[in-house]
Ligand binder design. Structure first.
Ligand code: DX5
Ligand code: ZN
Length: 210
């Protein structure tokens, strides 16, 4: 079963509530929320305040992707804002910090994910795997929506699938074609921004990824 997570980064932020309703009605499974701090990535988006109001505007699970430095410092804020899934980057945490994040989420029903950039090897997340519920494989360099899919992600997903039985999410450049490729490689959660929010028919776009 593949889950589709529209990335709100490509939505109209002046109309978030309507945008959330639109993808909800069109059959989205999760809402992918991109948090950028201008340090870990060269772009700035939103923080916990907006997540808190998004929580009120949809009944879908909020899949919060933290592209920030020092995520441990902000974990409680994103937990309190109503996140259902929280992903941190391996490039931004030590194993020890990841373990404390896992501890803070434990018993709260919030899933923890670890993400890795296109240039980061799978070996780098091996020790993190027992601590997380899912892995988010980046198929673009994080920072912006609308970039082209980097094909080396496919090999990474395949290799990860061979050793990891839980959820594998993919983020960046996902469309009808790359969506099929990542599914075949073993991914089961597809985050997609421009493909879904740029589509004339939102339901059709979401279904084409499933
Ligand atoms: C990239 C973000 C992605 C982005 C995907 O840094 O993490 O979630 O919104 O956008 P598309 O699907 O347009 O590549
Ligand atoms: Zn993302």
């Amino acid at each position: 079963m593949v889950k589709v997570a529209p990335s709100i980064l490509s939505a109209d932020f002046s109309n978030l509530s309507a945008e959330l309703k639109k993808v909800e009605r069109a059959g989205a499974d999760l809402i992918h929320v991109d948090i950028m701090d201008g340090h870990f990535v060269p772009n700035i988006t939103i923080g916990p305040v907006v997540v808190k109001y998004m929580r009120k505007a949809t009944r879908l699970a909020l899949d919060v992707h933290l592209m920030i430095e020092n995520p441990l410092k902000y974990i409680d804020a994103f937990v309190n804002a109503g996140s259902d899934m929280i992903t941190v980057h391996i490039e931004a945490v030590s194993l020890k910090e990841l373990a404390s994040i896992a501890k803070r989420l434990k018993g709260k029903g919030i899933k923890l994910g670890i993400s890795l950039n296109p240039t980061t090897s799978l070996a780098r997340i091996k020790k993190a795997l027992p601590l997380v519920d899912f892995v988010l494989v980046m198929s673009v360099n994080p920072g912006f929506g609308g970039q082209a899919f980097i094909p080396s992600a496919l090999k990474k997903i395949r290799q990860l699938r061979a050793i990891f039985k839980k959820d594998i999410a993919v983020d960046g450049g996902i469309n009808r074609i790359t969506g099929r490729q990542v599914k075949e490689a073993g991914a089961n959660i597809l985050a997609a921004g421009s493909y879904i929010f740029g589509a004339k028919n939102t339901r059709k776009a979401i279904n084409s990824l499933r």
